[in-house]
Write a protein that binds this ligand. Structure first.
Ligand code: G3I
Length: 373
């Protein structure tokens, strides 16, 4: 992106540093991000774990900034059916109750994380006699989960991360061994029937980063197949984790390749949801100001590109407070310094990244969907 964009972000970032230093528990900034987003027809929210509900300072920030929630882990199959004879909706229900009580909308993540690493162990160890036997398990499961939260959940990640990031091939599981890859189509059809008012998404972490080309190709191939077979899919969830390449590595060449991918998705008539935004700083030097500046600059550049697509209708953060971010444990820093991947630091103060999101939302064109109806 342009130098102008970077300078604008740096200016915004400096303002936010001032705000953050006022006090460790400063009041959140006046204009909520959800308000800036709604003015453009964009939804803004965050992932939340049920355990976070017990943190009142965090919940005050969520109530102030967010219009929607997504469960970080509570709708995953390994949470809902940890063993073959046990169902556990309590943590997902707690998040739903919080959302209802506070007038928040909710996305669903995810009906099937079609990756053996994240399926319940008992399901990985199950050998279904044939496709019908697998369907007899999976169909009623989708009915129960999607049906339980319908029509409240406005969008589901029906399938998460089934494309192998190294090869672009579809992953194999105990379900695909019985059903073939029609397991993907089956889930979308079943979700449409169980939650007819929800938009249905395929969600994955393909990105602009080095080494993601095969992943991007695999996802496009999957989406093209779904479209060709008239499978009811409405959106691609672009997770938007920046994990391996650091924020200052978002080069013009990588941006071009990324735009080609987004152009292809939009060309298929799909909506785009940015479902899990955060920024990893594993290899950046430790200084907070340095990291915050690069993260904010990247955030603005990335969101400027994404909001230039009218198809982008949602921005979800993958957590709003640094200390709770999954990135503290993933690709850890070697110096034990806390990472700064989210909008608020661990003392609940807003950071330059928050101002970068605000600036990107303020500069985004209004979605054409706002004029409908
Ligand atoms: O709750 C248990 C706790 O009882 C236990 O003591 C502890 C010991 O490891 O584990 C806790 O569970 C962890 C859980 O997060 C809750 O913190 C799991 O080990 C851990 O694997 C799980 O990680 C989650 C991960 O998905 C796998 O489900 C992360 O919180 C969550 O942020 C992450 O989210 C994913 C998205 O679903 C898909 N896209 C990528 C994204 C980041 O990996």
């Amino acid at each position: 992106m342009t130098q102008f964009t970077r300078r604008a972000v740096l200016a915004a970032g400096s303002a936010a540093i001032g705000l953050a230093s006022v006090s460790a528990r400063a009041a959140p900034p006046a204009t909520p991000l959800k308000t800036l987003a709604a003015a453009k027809g964009i939804g803004f929210g965050t992932a939340l774990s049920a355990s976070h509900l017990a943190d009142p300072a965090y919940m005050a920030i969520v109530r102030h900034e967010c219009a929607s929630l997504v469960a970080e882990n509570e709708h995953k199959m390994y949470t809902i059916i940890p063993t073959a004879d046990q169902e556990n909706y309590a943590p997902a229900d707690a998040l739903r109750d919080f959302a209802v009580a506070n007038g928040l909308r909710m996305r669903g993540h995810t009906l099937l994380w079609h990756h053996p690493r994240w399926m319940p162990a008992w399901l990985n160890e199950t050998t279904f006699t044939d496709g019908r036997a697998a369907e007899a398990f999976l169909g009623p499961y989708i009915d129960r989960v999607a049906g339980r939260y319908a029509p409240f959940i406005y969008s589901w990640d029906v399938i998460n991360e089934t494309v192998d990031d190294a090869t672009g091939a579809l992953r194999e599981t105990s379900l695909s061994r019985a059903m073939g890859h029609s397991v993907i189509d089956f889930c979308f059809h079943r979700a449409r029937a169980a939650a007819p008012t929800a938009t249905l998404a395929y969600n994955d972490y393909m990105s602009w980063e080095s080494g993601s080309a095969a992943h991007r190709r695999g996802v496009l191939k999957l989406l093209e197949g779904l479209r060709a077979r008239n499978v009811p899919i409405d959106a691609l969830g672009i997770q938007s984790h920046s994990n391996y390449d650091m924020p200052d590595e978002f080069t013009p060449a990588k941006q071009r390749a990324w735009r080609e991918f987004c152009d292809a998705v939009v060309g298929m008539g799909l909506k785009i949801y940015l479902t899990e935004f955060d920024v990893n700083d594993t290899r950046l030097s430790a200084g907070k100001r340095h990291r915050d500046r690069l993260i904010a600059s990247y955030t603005k550049d990335y969101l400027d590109i994404m909001f230039s697509y009218d198809a982008v209708e949602d921005l979800m953060m993958w957590g709003m407070i640094d200390k709770y971010s999954w990135l503290q444990d993933f690709l850890p820093r070697t110096d034990d310094v806390e990472k700064r991947p989210t909008l608020y630091d661990s003392n609940y103060a807003p950071k330059p990244m928050r101002e970068a999101v605000a600036a990107a939302l303020a500069g985004a064109p209004a979605r054409s969907s706002m004029q409908v109806g």
